[in-house]
Write a protein that binds this ligand. Structure first.
Ligand SMILES: [Zn+2]
Length: 393
């Protein structure tokens, strides 16, 4: 049964959603915006003020000769712990409720060390970062983690992750939740990067595709302002689509042949350049060679762009995104990669789908994943339902 307080709280989350744009508003303005009675708006504001989700602004606005207090979203009310765990590197951050970084750390941390070693390090580093920015674990509303492999979204468990020995089925949310005492959400790194870029773009674009081209290739999809994960969380795994290529019979680490990743991924390019006598251990070496103006590497990267472009042209026709963002280490090759991509996307997609399509390099670069992990928690904890529930608890 609802008590008086929770009835008031029942609509407070929706009121908070309005104020999350950062603009300060008076009671009268909120009454006009929501169409609710002034007494209802006051009850809901009081509930939000009691938990400091909302604070009275400094400005006193004069309306009809009478000064009125304006209320504003308090983005410091809680903090978020976010982690982007890659194959060899990790980036961790403490952020406020606007995904602004309060403390951040980048470190070498091979995911292959296994879940207990990596997650123990994660917990220790989060504690250090909290000390650094003078906040406590009690201020944390949630932990967001991106992992470099497929993750079953409902349970947050990695599923047969090819480069993560020992992580298959490991209960990451339970393990971290037991040690940090806050809700934990886990997703794959490319989804987090797509979400981070969408957020950084100030939500100007409703439909976008983020393509990570590193050692492997994958994409994250924002559809109608929401992350599209698919039925099991496997949406966007474009690296294992078979592509027509001169190197059609090349074996992929997934066991199939001719996969996009095996033809155009950073590991494949590095291997091919090695065979041609260059010292390219990984994707970053390939990019270095391209930047140094090596013709062979430049031609190879343009061709890789065309091969990824073939798959993206199909995605453009099927999904009609307004923007395609390219990230991952190979994005460092910049215009050489984009030239090959654009050439194929614009010639093979329908004119209506490409009329306003923009194809460019990611804005956030290496930080996209950690920003996205923070955004995943913020969107979850500040959803109207979650706020109402927190206020009635
Ligand atoms: Zn494959």
């Amino acid at each position: 049964m609802l008590t008086g307080t929770s009835t008031a709280a029942a609509g407070a989350g929706a009121l908070l959603s309005i104020l999350r744009d950062g603009q300060a508003r008076t009671r009268a303005e909120l009454v006009e915006l929501t169409g609710l009675a002034r007494s209802t708006v006051s009850l809901r504001l009081d509930a939000l003020l009691s938990q400091r989700w909302v604070v009275p602004g400094d400005d006193v606005i004069s309306s009809g000769g009478r000064p009125a207090t304006a209320f504003t979203f308090n983005k410091s009310a809680r903090i978020v712990l976010a982690a982007d765990l890659g194959a060899t590197h990790a980036r961790l951050a403490v952020t406020d409720l606007a995904a602004t970084t309060l403390a951040e750390r980048e470190a070498e941390m091979p995911i292959g060390r296994g879940p207990e070693a990596v997650l123990t390090w994660l917990v220790d580093t989060f504690r250090e970062l909290l000390d650094e920015c003078g906040r406590r674990l009690a201020d944390v509303c949630g932990v967001g983690v991106g992992l470099p492999g497929p993750v079953e979204h409902d349970t947050g468990k990695p599923v047969n992750p090819p480069i993560m020995p020992g992580w298959d089925g490991f209960p990451v949310p339970d393990w971290l939740g037991a040690r940090l005492g806050v809700p934990v959400l886990v997703d794959n790194d490319v989804n987090m990067m797509a979400l981070g870029e969408y957020w950084a773009g100030r939500s100007q674009v409703e439909h976008l595709v983020y393509v990570k081209i590193g050692t492997g290739i994958g994409c994250g999809i924002i559809s109608g302002r929401r992350l599209h994960r698919g039925a099991q969380g496997a949406a966007g795994d474009i690296g294992h689509i078979r592509v027509p290529s001169s190197d059609e019979n090349v074996a992929c680490r997934c066991g199939n042949i001719g996969c996009l990743e095996a033809v155009a991924g950073g590991a494949a390019l590095a291997a091919r350049l090695r065979a041609a006598g260059h010292e390219t251990a990984d994707t970053r070496d390939v990019v270095r060679l391209v930047r140094a103006g090596n013709t062979e590497a430049i031609q190879m990267i343009r061709q890789a762009g065309r091969e990824v472009g073939v798959v993206l042209a199909s995605i453009v026709n099927f999904f009609n995104p307004a923007m395609i963002l390219i990230g991952g280490d190979l994005a460092g090759a910049g215009e050489h990669l984009l030239a090959g991509l654009r050439e194929v996307i614009y010639s093979r997609s329908l004119p209506l789908a490409t009329q306003h399509l923009s194809v460019r390099v990611s804005e956030l670069g290496d930080r996209a994943g950690v920003v996205g992990a923070a955004v995943m928690i913020i969107e979850h904890m500040l959803s109207p339902e979650a706020v109402d529930q927190a206020l009635s608890a």
